[in-house]
Ligand binder design. Structure first.
Ligand code: NAD
Length: 251
């Protein structure tokens, strides 16, 4: 008996990094997964590889900033699999920039991708999760716990994800739905590899973004935490912020 036998999971950001590792982990543990991402080509390629290994995955292109399509995707998942047990909000973007150079439109974009999407998808999923007494795992960040330089919009967006998770955990605890957040530090994914250090950055301050270890986490390590929180093993865990950061926030 696997932990997710009979369970249905909806995952965003499923084409790459932590989202892809989460899809793989949940499916390997028995879940039927509804895997969504804005990157149609990568999503099709990666989910086909996993489906070729016998895993139960349905892929669905979704831009999480499109509210109507988010609601349609959740409805599509329930239509396809008959129910929803787990929502994993993983899709995200980073914008590393001097604060004084940031346009309001850039701020809005980061908030739309990282935070507003989580509000919309949680709201769309909760009626179904109430039926299954399911749960939500949202990917926040160490950037949701501490101030990181040149990351004002990212920090604000991830702080919002963390406190939205805690607020929902409180509001829905008595109705059997758990809501947790994971706060990774540096994880070896394209998101981190593509970060550009802003011009004139103070590298001593910039160093706050790095772990105390000499290496980054692999996405599978974060997926392992997501799977734990989403499983019945974590039935007493709600409103938590699970930090996986190589000691970054310990000092
Ligand atoms: N990598 C890290 O060090 C790190 C640390 C803390 C938190 N996180 C968070 O983890 C999550 C996953 O990031 P990752 O590191 O795996 O990066 P990644 O770039 O490998 O994956 C992000 C995925 O999100 C998708 N995406 C981006 N915008 C989207 C949109 N509008 N609609 C739908 N999908 C969209 C991308 O296509 C991509 O597949 C993000 O929320 C990120 O902020 C990452």
């Amino acid at each position: 008996m696997e932990r997710f036998d009979g369970k249905v999971a909806f995952v965003t950001g499923a084409a790459s990094g932590i989202g892809l590792a989460t899809v793989s982990r949940l499916a390997r543990e028995g879940a039927r997964v509804y895997a969504s991402d804005i990157n149609a080509e990568l999503l099709a390629r990666e989910t086909a590889l996993l489906a070729g290994q016998g895993l139960q995955i349905h892929s669905r292109v979704l831009d999480v900033t499109d509210e109507a399509d988010c609601r349609a995707a959740v409805a599509g998942c329930v239509a396809h699999y008959g129910k929803l047990d787990v929502l994993c909000n993983v899709a995200g973007m980073v914008l590393t920039k001097n604060f004084l150079d940031m346009a309001a439109a850039e701020w809005d974009r980061v908030m739309a991708v990282n935070s507003r999407s989580v509000f919309v998808l949680c709201q769309a999923a909760l009626p179904h999760l109430l039926e299954t007494t399911g749960n939500i795992v949202n990917i926040s960040s160490t950037a949701g716990l501490q101030g990181l330089p040149y990351n004002s919009a990212y920090c604000a967006s991830k702080g919002a994800v963390l406190l939205l998770s805690k607020s929902l955990a409180v509001e829905f605890a008595s109705r059997g739905v758990r809501v947790n957040a994971v706060c990774p530090g540096a994880v070896d994914t394209p998101l981190v590899k593509n970060i550009e250090v802003p011009e004139g950055a103070d590298m001593a301050l910039y160093g706050r973004m790095f772990p105390l270890t000499s290496y980054y986490a692999q996405p599978e390590e974060i997926a392992g935490a997501v799977a734990y929180l989403a499983s019945d093993e974590a039935k007493f865990v709600t409103g938590s912020a699970m930090v996986i950061d190589g000691g970054q926030t310990a000092i």
